[in-house]
Design a protein around this ligand. Structure first.
Ligand code: HEM
Length: 148
């Protein structure tokens, strides 16, 4: 357990929430770009533009925001001490691991588009777009309401 003052903990929480807002913005927007990208011809000007947008969203926003969310989040976990009885935190972190897996999958799909070898239909990315939304709802309810 790391011992930090109440004010420092609140600063960690503020920086954590700022980071997760940026991370969620990317996780919700990138699948939308994939939906539009499936509707243009590989090699076209529009397809090349989507490649730039997807690469910059991942590199400039999603990667740093995911790392910052984990760093500030784990610092708070370390400050909480004995977390064995905190069922809400265990459930929340399980959802966050799924959110991180979806981030890693999006990196793979972005690579397929970048090499003009995407085979997945528009419908697939429309469905994928709902996954981060549902996980986010579960995460926010668990961390604020702490139901168990
Ligand atoms: C990436 C790994 C994450 C870790 C290790 C983590 C851990 C934590 C911890 C320990 C707290 C403090 C809880 C308290 O003191 O009551 C917290 C607060 C919070 N987390 Fe996370 N979290 C993570 C990701 C996320 C994500 C992805 C979201 C949203 C989608 C999120 C939303 C929040 C919110 C809104 C709070 C503030 C709750 C309050 O004010 O009581 N966290 N997080």
């Amino acid at each position: 357990m790391i011992d930090i003052s109440g004010e420092a903990y609140q600063w960690l929480k503020a920086l954590h929430v700022i980071s997760v807002i940026a991370w969620m913005a990317g996780l919700l927007y990138l699948p939308r770009l994939f939906v539009y990208h499936t509707q243009v011809t590989p090699g076209s000007e529009a397809s090349e533009l989507f490649k730039v947008m997807e690469r910059r969203l991942l590199k400039a926003i999603m990667h740093p925001a995911a790392i910052a969310s984990w760093a500030f989040g784990l610092a708070m976990v370390a400050a909480l001490g004995d977390i064995r009885a905190m069922g809400w935190l265990h459930a929340k972190l399980s959802f966050v691991v799924l959110l991180t897996v979806s981030h890693l999958m999006m990196m793979r799909w972005k690579a397929d588009f970048a090499l003009d070898r995407n085979q997945r239909p528009t419908r697939f990315f429309r469905m994928i777009n709902e996954v981060p939304t549902l996980l986010m709802i579960g995460i926010v309810v668990l961390v604020i309401v702490k139901p168990f």
